[in-house]
Ligand binder design. Structure first.
Ligand SMILES: [Zn+2]
Length: 92
């Protein structure tokens, strides 16, 4: 069991909406799992790369405005998050 570095309390698993802004708009990803303590210290779990990748994709396509999507949908659409980060046409 991990404890909060700030207050020593126990983290709880929660679902939050993560928001990231990019050139032209903002991206909100709902149902994003985090660990949060009573003192509001938040630790993101491993799916941050998916948010970064999708943000890059939106920016690359010049999409403006507010984009809202659930993490589940993103995972379904992009099972390999690294594909989002790589430039087009590049294969691994
Ligand atoms: Zn705490």
């Amino acid at each position: 069991m991990t404890h909060c570095v700030r207050c020593g309390g126990e983290y709880k698993h929660m679902m939050k909406t993560q928001t990231a802004s990019y050139n032209g708009g903002s991206l909100s990803v709902s149902d994003f799992p985090v660990k949060q303590c009573e003192c509001d210290t938040v630790i993101s779990l491993s799916d941050g790369v998916l948010i970064d990748g999708y943000k890059l994709l939106l920016e690359r396509h010049g999409i403006i405005g507010k984009v809202v999507v659930s993490l589940g949908k993103l995972k379904e659409r992009y099972p390999r998050p690294m594909d989002l980060v790589l430039p087009y046409g590049q294969t691994r």
